[in-house]
Structure formats: C-alpha cells, structure tokens
Design a binder for this molecule. Structure first.
Ligand code: COA
Length: 261
C-alpha cells in the first residue's frame, strides 16, 4: 500500500487485511475503501492465497463505519461516485470475492463496518464487539448493503428495529440474532479465526470457489435457478483434479493434498 492505513500479512495460504486507522476507530475513508478493493483484486489473482481474513487494528474497533468526516462538504455527485465506483465499492468487492473471506470482528462493528462484515462469508466476534447500523442518527440510511443483507441474517423485524433505532447490540445478542457464527474471548479471537481460516485453506480451492458461487446465488436467485446452478457446478467440480485427489485420499485413508486445479 502507498500508506499504512491497511496492513497485510500472510501465513501459508491465508492473507490477513487489517484496517489500520485505530485513532479513527478504523473508519472507512476513500483511500481505505480503495485499498480494500485493490487488495481483494490482488488476492483473487494470487493462487497462493486461498482464504482472506479482514479485521481492524487496535483493541477498540473492527470498523466504526464510514468516515463521517468525509461526509461534510462532499457533493452528492462525489458521494455517488465513491459508493458506486468499482474502485471504491469495498462492499461489492468483498461480496464478489471468489474465495472465502472471514471477518474477525474485534470491536465496534458499526454502519459500513457492519455492512462490510455482512459482505464477508463468515463473521467471528470477540466478546467485546458491538454491532449496529447507526446511520439513522446522522439522518442517513445504510449505503453499503445494510438494508438488504441485514434482514437476510436477522429477519425483517429485527432489521427494522436495528435500523430504526440505530442501537448497538452486544456480540452475544448478535450471535442470538444470527449475525455472527461464533463469539470468542477477545484475547482468543485471532487464534480462533486463524485456525478456522487454515482449516478452510486446507480444502479444495475449486470446491470452495463453487460452494461460494452457489451460496451467493441462494441469496439472489429463485430456488429452481439456484438448484440448477448447484447441479451444474457439481458437474464442473466433479471434473476437477481436486475431486480425483479428494476421492483417492479418502479411499487410501490419507489426508488429501488439494492443488486448486
Ligand atoms: N468516522 C469518523 N471518525 C470516527 C468515526 C467515524 N465513523 N467513529 C469514530 N471516529 C473517531 C472519533 O471522531 C474520534 O476521533 P477524534 O479523537 O479525532 O475526536 C475517534 O474516532 C474515537 O472515537 P470516540 O467517539 O472518541 O470514541 P468513543 O469510545 O467515545 O465512542 C463510538 C465510540 C463508536 C460510539 C463513536 O465513535 C461513534 O458513535 N462513532 C460513529 C459511529 C457511526 O455513526 N458510524 C456510522 C457512520 S455512517
């Protein structure tokens, strides 16, 4: 990166993107959004990277939303561009990223932060995390997918409550609502997420890719279309070298070594 507002690290086949603006609670400004998009593009095209983790620097925040400082004085046209340009639409970039992406939610997960976490495949939260869509308090509504993704996770009534009030919920409440998959003690968050990412990275990248494509379709396509896509993708994956390896390893009672081909 040109600056240090996003940090990256790589362990094995897992890359970690850390939003690094802790003094602003990792709020998403335009360069940060562009940085996320650029990194996801890079990792998409790097066969060595099989899983991505997204987290925030410091102990306080995952991402406390869009950078509110940027709202002041920005023209509607400029705001429209930032939200819609493929170069800065980090939410779409995360959603469309064809490899598994896990949000390690280490603190405030608000507004655009919550929306970015929801655009990831899996959310694991620290017990200190807090979730919310407080846009209504600014006279706004969510613009990174909150009105569309939140009800799919928590149901329409809970989404209305969260969006109308702007109230925050605890990690345990987020777990109860179905917004996160697991809550772990803050000190154990990255250990847990790294282990999960490594476990996923040991699977067939071909299978993972098409599992993701089929699951994404389940959010959008009518059931019949989704089922047809699933069967088509099954046929495609059936032709992969990874399938030959996976089946052979099972029959030979050994661990498979998937190559992503
Ligand atoms: N955009 C820009 N700056 C932000 C920010 C955001 N979304 N969230 C926090 N910050 C900044 C604060 O302005 C402050 O900066 P400063 O030290 O230069 O004044 C710094 O981060 C620390 O935040 P602070 O408010 O002092 O921490 P707190 O613990 O008292 O409160 C929050 C934490 C998350 C409750 C509070 O920061 C907040 O409500 N943030 C806005 C959340 C929001 O509305 N997000 C949706 C935006 S559309």
């Amino acid at each position: 990166m040109a600056d240090d507002t996003i940090l990256i690290s790589t362990t094995g086949h897992v890359a970690t993107i850390t939003i690094n603006r802790p003094d602003k609670l990792n709020a998403l400004n335009e360069p940060t959004r562009a940085g996320i998009v650029a990194l996801l593009d890079r990792f998409e095209n790097d066969p060595e990277i099989r899983v991505v983790i997204l987290t925030g620097a410091g102990e306080k925040a995952f991402i406390a939303g869009a950078d509110i400082g940027e709202f002041e004085g920005r023209t509607p046209v400029a705001q429209f561009r930032v939200m819609n340009s493929p170069d800065t639409n980090a939410f779409e970039a995360a959603d469309r990223f064809p490899k598994p992406i896990i949000a390690a939610v280490n603190g405030f997960c608000l507004g655009g932060g919550c929306e970015l976490a929801m655009a990831c495949d899996i959310r694991i939260a620290s017990d200190k995390a807090k979730f919310g869509q407080p846009e209504v308090n600014l006279g706004l509504l969510p613009g990174g997918g909150g009105t569309q993704r939140l009800p799919r996770f928590v149901g329409l009534g809970n989404a209305f409550k969260l969006l109308y009030t702007g109230d925050m919920v605890t990690a345990d409440e987020a777990l109860r609502l179905g917004l996160v998959s697991e809550v772990v003690p803050a000190a154990d968050l990255m250990t847990r997420v790294n282990a999960l990412a490594a476990a996923i990275a040991s699977k067939s990248p071909v299978a993972l890719r098409y599992i993701k494509e089929a699951l994404r379709a389940s959010m959008r396509a009518p059931m019949d279309e989704g089922l047809r896509l699933e069967r088509t993708l099954f046929g495609l994956v059936f032709a992969s070298e990874d399938k030959v390896e996976g089946v052979a390893a099972f029959l030979q009672k050994r661990k498979p070594e998937f190559k992503g081909a």
